[in-house]
Write a new protein. Structure first.
Length: 276
């Protein structure tokens, strides 16, 4: 398990590019045949991935969790960004296809990730937060997610938001999760930007080829910074930091939130004229 220690809002203003990346980015994920885990100091969120090949993968136990099994006191949100796969939770198997989501409730003891084909594996991205109670595990197919069409090609931000793990679809303690897919020709996400004072958010970018990247903007309006993000990499946003991005081409990103409430529309919008 890796660990991510974020900087405070004052220290970040004096940080180098390398220091910013070490404090806010999660990389080295989606390794074939492995589970990766990164424990963050923001709301004790864990960012992980599992890419099973011929053999299934299980969630490991780490002493830092001080638990008998991974989800003993945690809930997990999963999105598959690869080929077809399965997740078995305490003996029940869920067929999780590309862009399907699975919510795994607190107390789930045995969790196993499998790919339908080792030659074309599933790529499971997951985020885990502490949970105060147990809710049922539930599969959400891509077509069952709440769909929002926003933006326009004229503004280079035409996109579709798929809200899969959210109130009204899945009961959770705090996780809210889904993904946003930009239309061809659009490159901007979340602009004008916003913050969430009552929860943190994690962006995980994908659908990028080796020669493409996203410039992820973070920080406070009067002191913005940019992180160069590549396929499969994540950025962790503290409550005080804006989050937005512009790519060299269209892309998709998973957004995962945890905190005080689960209201998707609860955002503190930032006036574009204040950006520096």
């Amino acid at each position: 398990m890796e660990f991510l220690y974020t900087a405070d809002r004052n220290s970040y203003r004096r940080m180098t590019t390398s220091e910013l990346r070490e404090s806010y980015m999660v990389d080295g994920t989606f390794v074939p045949g492995e589970v990766t885990l990164c424990y963050t100091d923001i709301d004790r969120a864990i960012v992980g991935s599992a890419v099973p090949l011929a053999d299934p993968l299980t969630l490991p136990i780490h002493k830092e969790l001080a638990s008998d099994f991974f989800a003993q006191r945690r809930e997990i949100g999963v999105v598959n960004i690869g080929a077809a796969g399965e997740i078995e939770v305490d003996g029940e198997t869920y067929a999780v296809e590309n862009r399907d989501s699975l919510y795994i409730g607190r107390g789930s003891r045995d969790i196993e990730f499998r790919s339908a084909s080792a030659d074309d594996p599933a790529k499971f991205h997951f985020v885990s937060y502490p949970a105060h109670t147990a809710y049922p595990t539930k599969l959400v197919k891509k077509a069952e997610a709440n769909r929002l069409e926003l933006g326009s090609l004229e503004q280079s931000n035409e996109r579709v938001i798929h809200q899969s793990i959210r109130p009204g679809i899945v009961e959770t303690c705090q996780i809210v999760m889904g993904f946003t897919q930009l239309s061809p020709g659009s490159v901007w996400n979340t602009m004008p930007p916003h913050t969430h004072r009552r929860r943190t958010e994690i962006y995980t970018y994908f659908d990028l080829d080796e020669d493409s990247n996203v410039f992820h903007f973070m920080g406070e309006p009067d002191e913005m910074r940019a992180l160069v993000v590549r396929n499969g990499e994540s950025v962790v946003s503290p409550t005080w930091s804006m989050h937005s991005g512009a790519g060299t081409r269209a892309y998709t990103f998973i957004w995962s939130m945890g905190g005080e409430n689960q209201e998707f529309e609860d955002m503190d919008h930032i006036d574009m004229k204040t950006l520096r």
